[in-house]
Design a protein around this ligand. Structure first.
Ligand code: ATP
Length: 441
């Protein structure tokens, strides 16, 4: 896939109701996107798959849904007030501002990625810029009312460490998982939904004893890598990138990124880090609360280490969309298919009447559609002729199309068409529900 192909994804997302530019009737707001009817379903399925894998299918992880607004001291403790900064450089020629780590060039001599002018860092030294979005709580907009929109969901987990241990009687190792919105005042957002100022994260903080931390870190890297593969991402498009020692935050023991080969290059989907006891230690210091854990078997008290798999919902969604998009030639025309895994597709089944002007066919189709609603996500559609309807369903990834025709009225059989093979089978309506639920299981 090339850059040009990225445009095809953006266009499909708009055309079929996955992702729209935000506030579009007002000309849009840069790098802000709204998930449309299909995108909302797809993103929910993605988050559900994650939640199922890391919370429901495990005995060692609890879920959490913490507030976006947190006590301002949280961000002092986490290091975000003092350290969550990007070094930015202004291009004197085009007046645009860039992250220094996004500038091509060597040493002090960089090139502007927009206008290609030379940038000499000795003449225009980088300046630090805090990425947190500031706001004010209450009626008075003064320093005492300053609050922040959280730049990550992780801190909501750390401040609830004691609450979860005490309410759930947890012993190490155990984890807390959370999905939610985060905000960063990114200077160079872009590449569609890849880097935005408002985004969703899915994060786990997995607490372990220090001596087990390396082993758990390796386990989590593997586990998270496999999650993407199990949902159908092509193996050759996914890789692990181990951070070099000089890339690591001062407290981090190790970090590995899971990267996907987007049309714009290999880019991070998720990071897995061994953060040591940094976060709990910081919160213990600033809150003056004892956040140590007493290990009865070892008869000792210590601050647990934490392994953090931290992924982006929107980035994962974009990777799955890019990965699933394909064009095929069928009888001299191009068929676009969104070959998403059945767990992720917005609609599992579409029920289509062959003739929308025949009341008896429409009635039968609607009845079949209603009867399937308790079992799966199914949509009735009669907005075009059958050929067009099939193509539209292919473009949104619907796995099965059920078509009711004149013959169906007589023999109680319908045509079931599968998305990828386009194979059609006549199935008796009495066994249709079982046929589809078995296939979709
Ligand atoms: P990057 O280097 O790309 O800015 P990061 O290393 O700062 O990312 P983390 O702080 O580790 O990212 O955040 C964890 C995950 O949250 C990322 O792997 C990514 O999937 C997601 N994420 C972070 N920033 C954004 C953003 N601006 N837009 C969309 N997703 C984001």
């Amino acid at each position: 896939m090339s850059e040009k192909d990225m445009d095809k994804i953006v266009s499909l997302c708009k055309r079929r109701g996955f992702i729209f530019p935000s506030s579009e009737i007002y000309g849009g707001l840069a790098s802000t996107w709204d998930y449309g009817p299909l995108g909302a379903e797809f993103k929910r399925n993605l988050k559900d798959s994650w939640w199922k894998a890391v919370v429901h299918k495990r005995d060692d992880i609890e879920g959490l849904d913490a507030a976006i607004l947190m006590h301002p001291k949280t961000w002092k403790a986490s290091g975000h007030v003092d350290g969550f900064t990007d070094a930015l450089v202004d291009c004197k020629n085009c007046k645009k501002r860039f992250r220094i780590d996004h500038l091509p060039g060597e040493g002090d001599f960089k090139k502007c990625p927009e206008c290609k002018a030379d940038i000499n860092l000795k003449e225009t030294p980088p300046r630090l810029f805090n990425l947190m979005l500031k706001t004010f709580l209450g009626p008075v907009e003064d320093e005492g009312a300053v609050s922040y929109l959280r730049p990550e969901t992780a801190q909501g987990i750390f401040v609830n460490f004691l609450n979860v241990i005490n309410s759930r009687h947890r012993k190490l190792p155990f984890g807390i998982a959370q999905i939610g919105k985060s905000f960063r005042n990114e200077i160079t957002p872009g590449n569609f939904t890849f880097r935005t100022r408002e985004f969703e994260q899915m994060e786990i903080e997995y607490f372990v004893s220090p001596e087990d931390s390396q082993q758990w870190y390796e386990k989590w890297v593997q586990e998270r890598f496999e999650w993407y593969l199990n949902l159908g991402i092509k193996k050759e498009k996914l890789r692990l990138r181990v951070h070099a020692q000089n890339e690591l935050a001062h407290y981090a023991k190790a970090c590995t990124d899971i990267e996907y080969l987007f049309p714009f290059g290999w880019s991070e989907l998720e990071g897995i880090a061994n953060r040591g006891d940094f976060d709990l230690k910081q919160h213990a210091d600033l809150s003056a609360k004892d956040l140590t854990y007493f290990d009865q078997a070892k008869n000792k008290r210590f601050l647990p280490y934490v392994i953090e798999p931290s992924g982006g919902v929107d980035r994962a969604a974009l990777a799955f969309l890019v990965d699933a998009y394909r064009e095929e030639e069928v009888n001299g025309t191009i068929r676009i298919v969104l070959g998403l895994d059945k767990k992720l597709i917005p609609y599992k089944v579409a029920v289509l009447p062959l003739l929308k002007n025949r009341a008896d066919i429409v009635e039968m189709a609607k009845k079949i559609c209603d009867s399937l609603k308790n079992k799966t996500v199914v949509k009735y559609d009669d907005t075009a002729a059958i050929g067009k309807l099939y193509r539209r369903q292919d473009e949104i990834g619907t796995l099965y199309c059920v078509t009711v025709d004149v013959q169906s009225l007589e023999d109680n059989r319908v045509t079931v068409r599968e998305r990828d093979s386009m194979q059609q089978e006549r199935i008796e309506t009495s066994i249709l529900e079982k046929y589809l639920t078995d296939k979709l299981a």
